[in-house]
Ligand binder design. Structure first.
Ligand code: ACO
Length: 428
């Protein structure tokens, strides 16, 4: 018997089965042979929320949640945040290797020259209510892009896929900025090809009647935040991307699904919730009372806890350090003191220690974004822009993966057995 196998004894029948172990996993389909009788459907695994289920093979992002490690294509997140740019990291995530100088230049040129959107996108966005949430506008507009690029449905053609990937990475900041301008009742600002990816985004967001030059510290800080958010293996949004696209739908429709998943307060919406939580707490003096409420399960400490990290989220450490650099330019955000006190108390408290609850990436990003003048409801949008590359790299990987098949889980049926229809007059 192979050492790389699992022996299972079914105590219902006394039968023994040997199931191969590959890469530390067993295949759920190997359980199907385990039956009480020939009529039996066979054993399934039950894992709502995919707590212990691998859904794909991926060579993109590595996380060790116990040790607090995050790497893209083998490169530690700390080194990328220190030395790389968002577009260079995007190239790495998509292609597997860091670009040479000519490759990087060509890539930056390609993205920079695809940032404009069709004029009808503006008309489409004009149709939203004046107070529409920018994330709702973003999700809908991403989906609408599929109608502008009908060729995108040729998902088996790798050149067509590559083109949509460039378009989406290039146009996300434009759509995001348009959503903000629409919300504020301000005229849209067209992309400026002389600026960097984040410099251009800042300009499209904040230019008023005067000329606008992004502050280099803020431009770089945003670039680093984008690097930190670029990918995070099989999180809720990425799982949505893979799941929706497994039906062979075009990438715009699939990515609208991924962005919708990101919008939720337990995922990319958490940074918005963190800021609202800090504002509600109001002052450092109120922190102990708030912690008591969390421990009484009246509320969650937003920005704490993570499905994978059972240690300090390495991204949170980088963001915390960066907050001080940003505040040198913008002035200190008073909410920082509340956040620091929350973190201090939580990290010393048995409730949080026992449950291995540490700050996640969202805990400090909100106060940086706020100091940079982004309104709170733009926070999930600021997450969706950089995560675009992760979604698309994972999509591309899944398209090339022979194991990819339509995502279609099983269920444990808990409803009625067959029963006869009762005409309405006879129902009590
Ligand atoms: N505040 C208080 N208690 C918490 C928190 C929190 N933020 N997070 C988890 N817990 C507690 C749970 O109540 C549970 O306690 P129990 O075992 O006594 O019932 C225990 O810790 C385990 O929590 P789970 O919910 O089982 O952990 P899970 O891995 O399913 O959830 C999640 C992870 C959703 C991120 C959770 O920690 C949470 O809701 N955090 C707040 C929201 C947040 O910050 N989300 C951003 C995540 S990062 C990202 O998406 C980029």
């Amino acid at each position: 018997m192979s050492e790389q196998s699992l022996t299972i004894t079914d105590n219902r029948t006394g039968k023994t089965y040997s199931v191969p172990i590959t890469d530390g996993t067993i295949r759920a389909m190997d359980l199907r042979q385990i039956k009480v009788d020939p009529e039996d459907f066979g054993l399934m695994s039950h894992d709502p929320g995919f707590n212990n289920t691998s859904s794909c093979r991926s060579a993109i992002t590595y996380i060790d949640g116990e040790k607090g490690i995050l790497r893209y294509r083998g490169y530690p997140i700390e080194q990328l945040a220190e030395n790389s740019s968002y577009l260079e990291t995007a190239y790495l995530i998509l292609n597997g290797e860091l670009p040479t100088r000519p490759e990087l230049d060509a890539w930056v040129y390609e993205i920079t020259h695809r940032t404009m959107v069709h004029e009808n996108i503006k008309k489409l966005m004009d149709g939203f209510q004046y107070d529409a949430h920018p994330m709702g506008m973003l999700i809908s507009t991403i989906a609408a892009l599929s109608t502008f690029y009908p060729n995108a449905r040729k998902i088996k053609d790798s050149a067509v896929r590559r083109l949509q990937i460039s378009r989406l990475i290039a146009k996300m900041p434009t759509i995001a900025a348009y959503a903000y301008r629409k919300r504020m009742g301000l005229p849209y600002v067209y992309p400026d090809n002389t600026l960097s990816y984040t410099g251009n985004f800042l300009k499209m967001m904040f230019q008023m009647a005067d000329s606008y030059q992004p502050h280099p510290v803020l431009e770089r800080a945003l670039d680093v935040l984008f690097i930190l958010h670029a990918d995070h293996e099989q999180n809720c949004g990425t799982n949505a991307m893979r799941s929706v696209s497994s039906s062979n739908v075009d990438p715009y429709s699939a990515m609208a699904g991924a962005a919708a998943a990101l919008y939720g307060p337990l995922h990319g919406g958490a940074n918005e919730q963190v800021l609202r939580m800090l504002q509600d707490i109001g002052s450092v003096d109120n922190v102990p009372e708030f912690i008591t409420k969390v421990k009484n399960r009246e509320t969650l400490l937003m920005g704490f806890g993570h499905r994978v990290y059972k240690n300090y989220d390495p991204r949170a450490a980088i963001v915390k350090k960066m907050a001080y650099e940003v505040f040198e330019v913008t002035g200190r955000n008073p909410l920082l003191d509340i956040a620091l006190e929350l973190e201090r108390i939580a990290l010393e408290d048995e409730y949080f220690i026992e449950r291995k609850l540490y700050p996640n990436v969202d805990f400090y990003t909100g106060i940086i974004y706020q100091a940079m003048r982004f309104p709170v409801d733009m926070f999930p949008v600021l997450f969706a822009i950089p995560r675009t590359v992760g979604w698309l790299a994972q999509w591309e990987e899944s398209r090339e993966d022979k194991e990819t098949s339509i995502a279609r889980p099983r269920q444990i049926y808990t409803g009625y057995n067959e029963r006869d229809f009762v005409p309405v007059e006879k129902r009590s």
